[in-house]
Design a protein around this ligand. Sequence first.
Ligand code: MG
Ligand code: ZN
Length: 357
Amino acid sequence: MKRILFFFSLAVLVTFASSCNREEAPDNIILLIGDGMSFAHVQAGILASETPLNIEQFRHIGFIHTSAADDFVTDSGAAGTALATGVKTNNGFIGMDPDGNPVKSILHLASENRLSTGVVVSCAVTHATPAAFIAHQPSRNMTEEIALDFLDSGVDVFIGGGRNHFENRQDGRNLLEELEAMGYQMAYSMEDVMAVSSGRLAGLVAAGHPPKYSEGRGDMLPSGTEAAINILGNNPEGFFLMVEGAQIDWGGHDNDVEYIVNEMLDFDRAVGKALEFARNDGNTLVIVTSDHDTGGMALHGFDGDTREITAGFTTGGHTGLMQPVFAWGPGADAFMGIYDNTGVFDRMLAAFGFSRN
Ligand code: MG
Ligand code: ZN
């Protein structure tokens, strides 16, 4: 009996030790959000591409419900806030609960825990999705206030458009000069962004939103992702990086399959940069998800020779459809199943081993 007990305790000990294994606790998390990237958008990208997408490499897959606190159909403000902070809020809100109280994002918490942090987006950095990780405002339209919140956010690297909201302001402040005085390296082109390999970086590569991929944006999203990882990876404590493929949503609003596919493939190349780093690093959790469906797209036909997709749309807005979550690396198992969008934050927090305050 004693002998059996001994082996039983040993088994418990071994199980406990392996569940605390270093491999299950990542140093770094890269969260990539395809705005409006529902199942049909992912599939359209897969069908249009002659080679497998990076996103097809994921094995740990889940679904999230996306509703806002005040509506079944969410906007990117409420959905971004749920993913970033774990709190359901009203449509249009940024980093605030439904009562208007500011809530900390995973980026703020990572920064407070001495990790390096970054955001890379194919829209203005002040737009709803990145704003949810950085700012606390009752309206996503308060772009100048959101720009000002960057200065208090602790973010180390940000790359995207929206330079106007930092320099041509109602309050007359020049936040570009203020950021530079705070020690940020300023970059206004992707060439300048790619030249930075350490320290803090404000990469504002367009006055407003960067153009569509099909209209000359180039590889700013995948290259920006690579640049950010390169800089943030210098911190031995680890990093949190949010990357957004913002314009998948805009293709959905336009009910434009070609726009969706181009943006989807661009986003997938950014996913490829994250996976490449994670594979070499071994301590990085990569999560790919969407904030909501845009367009209610269904795929009705596909020509295997021309790779032409025939699709129908149910709306020019968003829908309440569940959204996919793909996870890769230490802690990826936790992202399987069906849960609320706030659960993405909860699982990231647990993976980092942080508490909310
Ligand atoms: Mg967005
Ligand atoms: Zn939208």
